[in-house]
Design a protein around this ligand. Structure first.
Ligand code: ZN
Length: 254
């Protein structure tokens, strides 16, 4: 059985059925579950729910897509309370230059993002970051605040390489990728994105969404893992062991 930790999702697949592919059987043995708007934030108690050797770590944060709808809510107080009660980290938070920018512009997005980053630094907790069409602004926002000493996690970030290198000069950076990149129609794309990502900073994510269970989409992760093993030229068991060690080290270390 190939067992892996999911470094970024919105619904845990820890209890789902193992999936057979090729000569292996795959399952998710631990998950970092991100609740991205106050209505979804976990209820107490939060200390990681451990069942046998399986573990779920809860993160909560205000995602740029939900800023506009949360303006009137006391979400800052709620998030601080969750941290005091043992929340595992902040996420998913970040910047989005897509359509959402009309509802919450970059000025507001940056202030919400930086407020949550400084909270992660203050509590010395992991932070899982979303960045889409926001390259220069992301760099400036990260430069403008203290970051957690353990570093930051950029989830499914697609470069460019120059930006990644500049961020790596500011902070220790951890990366995660999953089916969205690895099974992309343009087969050259994953290779380009993954070039330059250090082996000991790479993690795997399903990014499976909250709410409705989508079995077809949930079942994609073993194929993505096999593709990653091919790209990294590593035996699947060794790759998965590295990815899991990295995930545990960033989210559970210190
Ligand atoms: Zn996500």
């Amino acid at each position: 059985m190939i067992q892996i930790w999911d470094a970024h999702c919105h619904r845990s697949l820890v209890d789902s059925e193992p999936i057979s592919l090729g000569s292996h059987c795959f399952s998710i043995c631990g998950a970092i579950v991100n609740a991205t708007k106050p209505a979804d934030w976990p209820k107490l108690p939060l200390r990681s729910d451990r069942v046998d050797d399986r573990t779920i770590i809860h993160l909560a944060g205000l995602h740029p897509w939900f800023i506009a709808a949360s303006r009137e809510l006391p979400w800052r107080d709620s998030l601080r309370d969750l941290l005091d009660q043992g929340l595992g980290g902040i996420g998913e938070v970040g910047l989005d230059g897509g359509r959402v920018k009309r509802a919450a512009g970059f000025t507001e997005q940056v202030s919400v993002f930086q407020w949550q980053l400084q909270l992660a630094a203050k509590y010395e907790l992991p932070v899982s970051i979303h960045a889409v069409q926001a390259n220069g602004i992301l760099l400036a926002a990260l430069k403008g605040v203290r970051l957690p000493e353990r570093g930051i996690h950029l989830h499914d970030i697609h470069g460019p390489q120059a930006l990644i290198r500049q961020i790596q000069q500011l902070s220790d950076v951890w990366f995660s990728y999953g089916p969205r990149l690895l099974l992309a129609a343009n087969a050259d794309w994953p290779e380009q994105v993954l070039r330059g990502i250090p082996e000991d900073r790479l993690m795997f994510e399903t990014d499976c969404q909250a709410g409705e269970v989508d079995l077809a989409s949930d079942a994609k992760f073993p194929l993505a893992l096999l593709r990653l093993a091919e790209l990294r030229k590593l035996p699947i068991a060794e790759l998965v062991s590295n990815l899991t060690d990295n995930t545990r080290s960033y989210f559970l270390g210190r």
